[in-house]
Ligand binder design. Structure first.
Ligand code: MG
Length: 394
């Protein structure tokens, strides 16, 4: 029963209108190689406008739906070439065996990045099918509810002119959010003036939301370690709940140094992979908050294990990106105090595309996400609403 009979990977490529973004809307690791007078594509490196969708069909007629946002075209190729042939004929209930097969058969090149993202999308589809097979929401298979609803934080507030930043922050307060995250727009190539501008962004949002709202800031790996050390002297006065991804994901010692030397908690992990990657981050005391993304880290099979590991270290798990697969993980863990929430938005950098591809993604109400008990699996399906705005590569 429930043997896998087909694995389809599709790329949903957005062809509709794209909203323009501010030049310094968020730092990123490519800033220092895209400096002014050398090349001017500083912010275009950040955007992505397509998404990977994986559908797994079983012998008893179930269809499990998984997805991933990172590098969808190469991920599709990995699924088609390596993963699908390896798992057709397996029972979805042998999900650990399937995961190990995908991991070990691609180990020479697949451990991190594209390979693990493709594995994640397939694994999520398997868990969706498991829930449908058991006629239960996925969180019930992971331990059930640990809270009645999930507190969530509004995650957007990209760097922009201060008046419109203030307006966006006010909108989230009015919608009932008790926590929100902004993006810092300046880094090592912007000198002391940029440092001051980063602090101005934080102070602007704080002046709108007051002291009873948690505020976080994200750098998306856009700083060097040396710049981060200087910047943290200023940030430590701003009472942030955390500062996210100050340096590149590979600089684990840099994270550990910042965590040890700054008052502001340091978060990271959205660009780290598997139980082994997080073991290293946790053992090295590199982060105060674990932020894996289920659709990169190895799917629900890995996310569940990493959650348990982080619990043993008493480091909270607050997954990257919202999306329902992350919510099911957070619902089933006491070590997950809050979740990230990407608001519905006109298509801009790509983070928001999942709203256009799927029906049933939970919407925040008054700063909380609720998961329905009577929706089996992950509770989402493919939407027809915006199909004319996508090119679908099968
Ligand atoms: Mg982030």
């Amino acid at each position: 029963m429930s043997k896998i009979v087909s694995v389809k990977a599709k790329v949903y490529k957005w062809t509709g209108p794209v909203q323009k973004i501010h030049e310094n809307f968020c730092t990123n690791a490519a800033d220092i190689v895209n400096q002014e007078n050398i090349s001017n594509d500083r912010w275009t490196t950040y955007k992505f406008h397509s998404w990977l969708v994986v559908e797994i069909e079983t012998s008893d007629g179930l269809v499990g739906l998984g997805n991933a946002a990172l590098s969808p075209e190469p991920c599709k190729s990995v699924v088609d070439t390596y993963l699908a042939p390896a798992i057709i004929g397996e029972s979805i209930w042998d999900y650990e065996h399937i995961w190990q097969k995908m991991y070990r058969q691609t180990l020479a090149w697949g451990r991190k990045g594209v390979g693990m993202t493709a594995i994640s999308a397939v694994d999520i589809a398997i868990w969706d099918a498991l829930g449908k097979s058991a006629k239960q929401p996925v969180f019930k298979l992971l331990g059930g509810k640990t809270k009645s609803k999930l507190p969530c934080y509004a995650s957007k507030l990209y760097s922009q002119p201060l008046d419109s930043l203030a307006k966006e922050a006010k909108d989230y307060v009015d919608q009932g959010f008790k926590a929100m995250k902004l993006r810092l727009g300046w880094g090592p190539t912007d000198g002391a003036e940029g440092m001051h501008k980063n602090i101005e962004l934080i102070k602007t949002v704080r002046s709108v939301v007051g002291d009873n709202v948690d505020l976080m800031a994200d750098v998306y790996m856009g700083w060097t370690f040396e710049y981060a050390k200087r910047m943290m002297r200023l940030i430590d006065n701003e009472n942030l709940r955390w500062l996210e991804e100050p340096v590149i994901a590979d600089d684990i010692d840099g994270y550990a140094d910042l965590k040890a030397s700054c008052r502001t908690p340091i978060s990271g992990g959205e660009h780290e992979y598997t139980l082994f990657g997080f073991r290293q981050l946790l053992e090295k005391k590199a982060i105060d908050v674990v932020q894996f993304d289920t659709n990169r880290v190895g799917g629900i099979t890995q996310a569940h294990k990493i959650s348990a590991l982080a619990e043993a270290f008493q480091i909270p798990v607050i997954p990257h990106a919202g999306q329902v697969h992350n919510f099911h993980i957070s619902m089933s863990s006491v070590n997950a105090p809050i979740v990230e929430y990407f608001p519905f938005w006109p298509v801009e950098i790509g983070n928001e595309l999942f709203w256009y591809i799927f029906d049933g993604e939970p919407q925040a109400k008054n700063g909380f996400i609720e998961l329905e008990e009577n929706k089996h699996g992950l509770g989402i399906k493919l939407s027809n609403k915006y199909l004319d705005k996508f090119e679908i590569i099968e």
